[in-house]
Design a protein around this ligand. Structure first.
Ligand code: FPP
Length: 258
């Protein structure tokens, strides 16, 4: 019996977000260059996408490169960009075949031209996919995203497109890069740290957090399923008391309360 058999298909997290951490430490511990950890990290992405698809997860967001990661040594940043472009180009056909739709969130304008072009191509090639949406956070940070949203809301109010009085939580969500993607139900962070590092701060208001010591390059199907099973053991109250809870089948917050 596989761990997949222990997952309750009626109470799946609709959206799983992952902070993939520990590539550098994985490599250093083995006496390799940090870049080797990132390469192995790409293999872990492949495994996790396959496992998520098998478990019928609908949305998976991966934190691949944060706004703060631009401050890493140029050699590592360039290596990561090359690796991402290579992985995306290599995987596009397989993603398409498996019905995986790629979307991206983040400040695409900061990406080198060749990386942006490769991404746009992959997004276009996979746009019909309806098995899993694989959302890649690239040059992303929540504070950047919220600042951009505030600017655009201010512009729209000034231009008469939006009334100040009509601004609601739904309005804010609509101006975020994740517009159209449901909020994560489960946030996983690998690599032993227990923080959320400027990732989906607004969207994770009611997410369940799962931290594991496993370095990202070692993370695989078994680890993903363990996290889902742990999630399914939790009671999501959304501010209510136990007796009031009537979870819908995904364990997600009822729509009218989101
Ligand atoms: C965190 O580990 C990982 C990253 C900053 C990069 C993750 C990116 C990839 C695995 C490649 C993504 C590719 C595609 C196609 C999306 P770290 O370097 O911060 O590890 P450390 O904390 O051990 O130093």
């Amino acid at each position: 019996m596989s761990l997949l058999d222990y997952i309750d298909q009626e109470r799946l997290p609709n959206h799983i977000a992952i902070i993939m951490d520990g590539n550098g430490r994985w490599a250093t511990n083995k006496g390799f260059e940090r870049g080797e950890g990132h390469k192995e990290g790409v293999r872990a992405i492949s495994r996790v996408v396959e496992a998520a698809t098998k478990a019928s997860i609908k949305y998976l967001t991966l934190y691949a490169f944060s706004t703060e990661n631009w401050n890493r040594p140029a050699e590592e940043v360039n290596g990561l960009m090359d690796l991402m472009v290579y992985a995306i180009s290599e995987e596009t056909e397989k993603l398409k075949k498996n019905g995986v739709r790629i979307t991206c969130i983040g400040d695409m304008d900061r990406l080198p031209e060749y990386a942006r072009t490769a991404l746009i191509e992959c997004i276009d090639q996979t746009k019909e996919g309806n098995t899993l949406t694989l959302n890649i956070a690239l040059s992303y940070s929540s504070k950047w995203e919220l600042t951009e949203a505030a600017r655009r809301i201010a512009d729209d109010v000034l231009n008469g497109v939006l009334n100040k009085e009509d601004i609601s939580e739904e309005t804010i969500s609509m101006y975020l890069t994740t517009h159209g993607i449901p909020d994560p139900d489960l946030l996983i962070r690998t690599g032993g740290e227990q923080r959320i590092s400027n990732f989906l701060l607004w969207q994770c208001a009611y997410a369940e957090f799962y931290f594991t010591e496993v370095y990202w390059p070692d993370f695989g199907e078994k680890d993903l399923y363990e996290a889902i099973i742990d999630f399914q053991g939790r009671e999501r109250r959304f501010g209510k008391i136990s007796e009031q809870i009537e979870c819908n089948s995904t364990g997600s917050k009822p729509e009218k309360e989101q």
